[in-house]
Design a protein around this ligand. Structure first.
Ligand code: AMP
Length: 378
C-alpha cells in the first residue's frame, strides 16, 4: 500500500477506472486543479481517455494494467459501477482507493442492493429475488402486478428491465434475460422521483448537494429540476436517508441515492457508487461541482461548499438528436444562461448519453420553460 500522505496535493497523479462521461468530467476537474490523470478503459476512443494525461487501454481485470495504474497513482477512484470488486481490492494493495470494493459490490448488484437496503431498514418498492422460474410465482404474490423484472447486474438506463402483467409474461421475460439472477419489483405509481448526491470523507464528514427532482423517459433520465419541487420536510428526509445510507455503508467518496415519491413517502430506488447524471447541474449551479468533490474526497481534502448559486434545470442530450440533421447547437448557444457540455463520443446511438445542458435562471419556472423550449428546438 502506498504511504502517500493525505491530503494528496496538486502535482500528484490520480487514476480512474472507466472512461465514460463521468470519468471525463472527473478528469477535467482534476486537471483544472493541477493533478495528472491516468484513465483505465478498454475503449480506444473513450471520452475520458481524450482528456487524460495517460490512457491505459486495457480491460478492468488486466493485472498488468492494474499494477501500472496502482504504481503511477497516489489514489484511484471509479466512475463505472460495473468495475469488478476484485480489481478494486487488487488496486488497494498499491494505492489509496475510494470508494471501497465492498460498497461498489453492493451498488453494482440489484439483489445485494435491495437486500442490504431492506436489512438496514430503508423503505423500497416491494421486491423479490429471482434465481429461477420457480421464484417468480412467490415473487409475484409479494409484488402484485404490474411488476418490473430487472436483471440484477449490468442493467442501466432502463435496459435489462421488463414490465410484466402476469405469470406468463414474467416467465417469458426471465427467459428473455437468459435466466440470469433478477429482482422483481412492484410497479409504483410515482408522484415524483428525486435524488441526492453526497460526498462522505474518511472521518465520516458529509456534504450533500441540494435535492434534485428527476423526470425520466423510457427509463433514462431526461430532465433534473433544482431545487426539487417537494415539501421541505420531504427534501430533508431524503437528505437524512441518503446520509444514513452512506454512514451505514461506511462509504468514502461521492455517491448518489435515487428515490421514488409515492403517497407522499420516500422509497429508495437505487444507490450509485459514483457521481450521478442527476448531479450534472452542480457543474454550473453550485460553488463546488460533484467532480471537484470527487477529487477532493479522493485526495483527503476538506469537502467543498455544495451551496446552490442559482435555480437550474438540466436536460440530457441523447443520441436520438443526431437523426434528421443533428442537434441545432446554434439555437441552444444563442442563450447566455445555457451551459452546454458535450462528451466527445464518436458514435451517436439512440438512447446514448451524448451531452447535457444546464439552464440557469433566478426564476425556476422560467428556467423550466426555456429548457422545454430548447429540448424541442435541439
Ligand atoms: P432504474 O434503472 O431501476 O433506476 O429504473 C429507471 C426508471 O424506471 C426509474 O427512474 C423510474 O422512472 C422507472 N422505474 C423503475 N422501477 C420502477 C418501479 N418499481 N415502479 C415504477 N417505476 C419504476
Amino acid at each position: 500500500m502506498s504511504n502517500e500522505p493525505l491530503p494528496i496535493l496538486p502535482g500528484a497523479t490520480l487514476g480512474i477506472l472507466g472512461g465514460g462521461q463521468l470519468g471525463r468530467m472527473f478528469t477535467i476537474a482534476a486537471r483544472t486543479m493541477g493533478y495528472k490523470v491516468m484513465v483505465l478503459d478498454p475503449d480506444f476512443a473513450s471520452p475520458a481517455g481524450q482528456m487524460a494525461d495517460v490512457h491505459l487501454q486495457a480491460d478492468y481485470t488486466d493485472h498488468g494494467a492494474l499494477r501500472q495504474l496502482g504504481a503511477a497513482c497516489a489514489a484511484v477512484t471509479t466512475e463505472f459501477e460495473n468495475v469488478p470488486a476484485a480489481s478494486l481490492i487488487e488496486l488497494a494493495n498499491h494505492c489509496r482507493v475510494s470508494p471501497g470494493a465492498q460498497c461498489v459490490a453492493i451498488a453494482q448488484d440489484r439483489s445485494h442492493e435491495k437486500s442490504w437496503l431492506a436489512q438496514n431498514g430503508f423503505a423500497t418498492a416491494p421486491f423479490a429475488l429471482v434465481y429461477s422460474e420457480g421464484d417468480l410465482d412467490a415473487g409475484l404474490a409479494d409484488t402484485g402486478t404490474p411488476a418490473l423484472l430487472k436483471v440484477a447486474r449490468f442493467g442501466y438506463d432502463g435496459k435489462g428491465q421488463a414490465r410484466v402483467n402476469s405469470r406468463e409474461e414474467a416467465r417469458a421475460a426471465f427467459r428473455e434475460f437468459g435466466g440470469q439472477p433478477c429482482v422483481l419489483e412492484g410497479f409504483i405509481k410515482l408522484e415524483r422521483e428525486v435524488s441526492v448526491v453526497l460526498a462522505r470523507g474518511d472521518a465520516g464528514e458529509c456534504a450533500l448537494f441540494p435535492v434534485a427532482e428527476n423526470r425520466h423517459e423510457n427509463g433514462i433520465l431526461d430532465v433534473s429540476i433544482i431545487p426539487a419541487r417537494v415539501p421541505d420536510s420531504l427534501a430533508q428526509e431524503a437528505c437524512a436517508m441518503a446520509r444514513d445510507i452512506a454512514d451505514k455503508l461506511g462509504y468514502v467518496g461521492v455517491m448518489a441515492v435515487e428515490f421514488f415519491v409515492a403517497g407522499g413517502k420516500l422509497m429508495v430506488n437505487e444507490i450509485a457508487s459514483r457521481p450521478h447524471n442527476s448531479g450534472h447541474y452542480t457543474l454550473d449551479a453550485c460553488v463546488t461541482d460533484q467532480f471537484e468533490q470527487q477529487v477532493r474526497v479522493l485526495c483527503g481534502l476538506p469537502l467543498g461548499d455544495t451551496r446552490l448559486m442559482s435555480p437550474v434545470v438540466m436536460v440530457n442530450i441523447l443520441g436520438d438528436r443526431w437523426q434528421n440533421g443533428g442537434p441545432h447547437w446554434d439555437a441552444l448557444l444563442a442563450h447566455p444562461n445555457i451551459k452546454l457540455h458535450v462528451y466527445g463520443k464518436e458514435t451517436a446511438r439512440a438512447g446514448r448519453k451524448m451531452g447535457h445542458f444546464n439552464v440557469l435562471d433566478a426564476d425556476l419556472d422560467r428556467a423550466l420553460r426555456l429548457a422545454e423550449q430548447m429540448r424541442r428546438a435541439l
